[in-house]
Design a binder for this molecule. Structure first.
Ligand code: MN
Length: 154
């Protein structure tokens, strides 16, 4: 039942993937991890839900942090196109593609050079902190020429 503590949420879309009353935040604290030109909007984060739904937008030519963690992601591209690394596979991605990231799997999202890449990301509300690759992890990843080429764009 809707109460003062649990109000129904309705937010009008304002245009290109911005919503009334939803703050457009930094993706991560500056310096916390490497990334380029990513913003974050938390769309749903409610105590009744064990998950959060966020919208990330990677500006043209930008990229999310290369990371892994025990929690999983479910992603749907809402705008633009680009590519992603999940595990040992690099794929081109476009609007409405669905991508899941299994536990402890390296992943990174990149926008194409000509337009932003925006995606919804469903994630556990209670989750572990991402791990960043060390030099050995990067060397392992880069034994695959496709992944080496993908990461060389960072
Ligand atoms: Mn992640």
């Amino acid at each position: 039942m809707e109460t003062q503590d649990h109000p129904a949420v309705f937010r009008h879309v304002l245009g290109d993937c911005r919503w009334d009353g939803v703050a457009c935040q930094a993706y991560k604290e500056e310096g916390a991890a490497p990334f380029k030109a990513v913003s974050r909007q938390v769309l749903f984060s409610q105590p009744e839900l064990a998950a959060e739904l966020r919208y990330f937008e990677v500006a043209a030519g930008g990229w999310s942090t290369l990371e892994r963690h025990a929690h999983v992601h479910a992603v749907m591209v809402l705008r633009g196109h680009g590519s992603c690394l999940v595990g040992c596979v690099v794929r081109d991605i476009r609007r409405h593609d669905l991508i899941s990231v299994p536990p402890m799997t390296w992943h990174q999202f990149r926008a194409a050079a000509d337009q932003p890449l925006g995606f919804l990301c469903l994630v556990n509300a209670d989750r572990d902190r991402p791990q960043l690759p060390d030099a050995d992890d990067l060397a392992d990843l880069c034994t695959d020429p496709g992944i080496a080429a993908f990461l060389a764009q960072n």
